[in-house]
Design a protein around this ligand. Sequence first.
Ligand SMILES: Nc1ncnc2c1ncn2[C@@H]1O[C@H](COP(=O)(O)OP(=O)(O)OP(=O)(O)O)[C@@H](O)[C@H]1O
Length: 205
Amino acid sequence: MLLEAQDIGFRYSKGPWILRGVDMHIAQGEIVGLVGPSGCGKSTFGRILAGYEWPLEGHVTLGGEPLPTAGYQPVQLVFQHPEKAVNSRWRLGDTLKEGWVPEASLLEALGIEQEWFKRWPNELSGGELQRFCIARALGPKTRFLIADEMTTMLDAITQAQIWHVVLEIAKKQNMGILVVSHEWNLIKRLCSRIIELSIVNRDRE
Ligand SMILES: Nc1ncnc2c1ncn2[C@@H]1O[C@H](COP(=O)(O)OP(=O)(O)OP(=O)(O)O)[C@@H](O)[C@H]1O
């Protein structure tokens, strides 16, 4: 199954075009890097791939079909700011169980403590909260993971531990991953292919 973006064009309201004519595909089981200068639209593209934004031009398909608009989203996005990805009025245990119920072994591997379940999001550090977001995204129905600066806020050792767990699950579930990052070492270590986005040439508008 392929996650495909064809001829994607996007801009926010009447602002300048952020993306124009962007093509990409990822196969299940493939790990692909997405790089490019700050502001070129990597996060925006990640949001489009996961169905959070609708492209103004082109389309995104999963296995040849449009992304589902209801139910579990098989393209999961984990981005840099976990505090924006969880409901601040839900205890973390409820947030986690919203999508699926992860096994204790996965929680342990991600360093998630049971005691955190009854806490509110603002009672964890950013890195602790991010582990919840990662666990939530790794459900059995996830086919592709968009990891947008997913481990940027973690120290090097925790970052390596988390990627080890994510790669293991991705392999087991034949998941494809798009790794969006400014960290070249991480991209080179993880990815078999790298896609480069560039700033849209304003002369084309
Ligand atoms: N909600 C929004 N409304 C208007 N403009 C936005 C919005 N979100 C992002 N932008 C603009 O869209 C452009 C692309 O932003 P985006 O975050 O996708 O880039 P990026 O490549 O991920 O950047 P970085 O590497 O710095 O994280 C930027 O110029 C940004 O200012």
